[in-house]
Design a protein. Structure first.
Length: 181
């Protein structure tokens, strides 16, 4: 009885996966980000911004024209400070008009921040929304905005003084192109 149930479930799953419409894509673009961070020593706290334009690459799949799963990498580098973001993204695509679609989604991943004094690494998560425009059946223009929360907090010793560095959150504007296979 259990074998029949397992075999029946596997058969149903395999036929539904085969019936799924899957479009694979790759994308590239530029992202303008603003990271809020702070550093503190006992009795003093300094807030800072890290503003820069980074370059993004993404690869993924669109399932049944409505669910987009992707893996993306964005690299920022400014005045000796580097920020690398690797994210898994999920977007729900809502068709608007003829060639336009609205997307809303969430992401999670890893951030690596490095400058001459500190190396920080940790978990990130957030949400994004945007617009897709189909230039052709294979080429899309994408513009979006993302809010990312950072779970990165580290104390470093700099010249005998303990400094606590915390990456808080960022907002990023993205503009890029996707090629669907």
């Amino acid at each position: 009885m259990n074998k029949t149930l397992v075999l029946g479930s596997l058969l149903a799953l395999s036929t539904s996966v085969m019936a799924m419409d899957v479009d694979y894509f790759v994308g590239a673009g530029a992202e303008r980000g603003n990271l809020k961070a702070n550093a503190s020593v006992p009795g003093t706290k300094v807030d800072g911004d890290f503003k820069d334009t980074g370059y993004s690459l993404k690869i993924g799949a669109i399932l049944n024209k409505a669910h987009r799963l992707s893996l993306s990498y964005t690299g920022y580098s400014d005045d000796g400070m580097d920020l690398d973001l690797t994210k898994f993204n999920y977007d729900y695509i809502i068709p608007l008009e003829n060639k336009f679609s609205f997307l809303v989604g969430a992401h999670l991943g890893n951030a690596k921040f490095e400058d001459s004094d500190a190396k920080l690494n940790g978990f990130i998560y957030g949400a994004q929304t945007g617009i897709l425009y189909d230039i052709t059946s294979n080429i899309q223009l994408e513009t979006s905005i993302a809010y990312t929360k950072y779970n990165i907090d580290k104390t470093i010793n700099y010249s005998g003084t303990d400094i606590n560095i915390e990456l808080e959150h960022s907002t990023a504007f993205y503009l890029g192109f996707n090629y669907k296979f």
